[in-house]
Design a protein around this ligand. Sequence first.
Ligand code: G3I
Length: 379
Amino acid sequence: MISRRRLLSAAAASPLLAGGFRAVAAEPVPPPGAARPPLKDLAAAKGILYGSCAAAPQLLSPDDFTELLVRECALVVPENEMKWADMMGPGESSDYRLGDKMIDFVTGHGMLFRAHTMLWYWRTPGWFTEIADRGLAEKKMLERVNDMGTRYKGRVYSWDVVNEPLKPDDGRPDALRQSVFLEKVGPQYLDLAYRAARAADPHAKLVVNEYDIEYDTPEQDTKRLALLKLIERMKKDGTPVDAVGVQAHLSVDRLPFSAKKLRTLLADLAAFGVELQVTELDCTDERAPADIKERDRMVADEYRRFLDVALDETAVKVLVTWGVSDRHSWIVRHETNNMKWRTDAEPSRPLPFDAALQPKPAWTAIVQALDHAPKRGAA
Ligand code: G3I
């Protein structure tokens, strides 16, 4: 294992290091078959919960991937199965079957369940978007929150109540996204939703989950500030928010990074008394060469410079990668965000294990960052 001192002195010697450890070669990965501790154990030793998202078939049709997931993870997030528009039954009803099976599998295997998500503008049923009456929209929105909260009450570690509530570009002084909930219910929708979620499941940690707050661009500066103001305002008004999720969908060579800005964001959020969670870590490689060794090194460096800062903040109690192996990833499946797809025929390599379930340099970067992380009180 490379020591922190060696890493730091290598970093200091490099001219390329404005934001982190970009020029430091990743430690080789363990060879196939070599004994290695599960990530969840390395994380637990520092008071951190490590986990991943999973799609229903990955749990419910068990294979070698399922074994890896269970071995590595202390916590699992349903990738899509609890999004409102993904669980539509006849009419306005919901189909809970996949969500129920997933939470049964996860808790039955002794893992925690991180529920995602009660309200997300992008995955909202068409019938809701057609409601014209404000009072009815509020009633239906709160029914959704109450429905999910009470159905899984006492079984959920944390709930993403509203996913991605901010969009400063929409031009509102409060920087709230001009989402379907804002349009139909009004800007108070956020506070109403968190209060209803608390009433429905008093023990689940209630999370505000956001993206594009990790890099050093003017747009992300604005969004970071908006997030801080939102959490400050919610706390001041007594709206129950227990945690902030930093999604961390990273990309090689796309945007500048400032360790200082990320560190400041996390410390400022922590000062409001919220838990911090890294909720969807992965890294696209569309700007990296096809050569796998070089590509994996670049992805690992991106993981490393983010995690060296994130895990140094002791309010960060949860680390979730958006998948475990390159075998199953929204990026590899080319599902959304086509500007982050590779333009050659090579599959992307965004996660800590490759498609054959072998650890990659990104795995080593996570292990090293956990090794460096200060120990914190358990979540
Ligand atoms: O299930 C259908 C399948 O029946 C159909 O044949 C296929 C054809 O396109 O689509 C399948 O649905 C896809 C679904 O994932 C399940 O694989 C949708 O098209 C696709 O849009 C959807 O993408 C998901 C995306 O959220 C939108 O919901 C990704 O899997 C999921 O990883 C991604 O996760 C989000 C987080 O929830 C929030 N933060 C950003 C993150 C990445 O976009």
